[in-house]
Unconditional design. Sequence first.
Length: 166
Amino acid sequence: MKNISQRRFIFHPLTVLIIALIAAFVFALFISLLFDGELRWFLLYYFTPIGIPFVAFLFDRAERRAFASKAAWRIDAVILGLSLARSVILIPIISGHALFLTYALLTSQSKVARITALLVLLEVAYLKIFVWRDPTLIGGVIVGYLTALLYWRIGFSKQPVLSEAG
């Protein structure tokens, strides 16, 4: 009984949101201490916000780990890897932010993950469309949408996955 109440507390939306906000705050604090000038501001307004849906996404996956097949874990790994790689490697046509946020928005069941992914995706869309005129938003959204379809088609079950065949 104690494990159930601990689990409910850990995965409660308010707990997840508070932890995500704390993580983003700590990231912002490190950025403020380690960087200066325009790079600091860029990291603060573009990279810090994505930390909130990222942490919420990780909680979502941890909460539903029993329902995810190996294929689901592989798809998650590819999306996370590609999104993170995009921050340091030029990958044409795809925005790592748009890719991850679209995927998180469409595959998470957590309201915190979905709402925060949507809000940050709106910020990213604004920056990429109106400020930078960067077309990679479109590629990121399309690839995120297609991989979300793949995730729901082959990677997730309504019943706990008990064996490799499941």
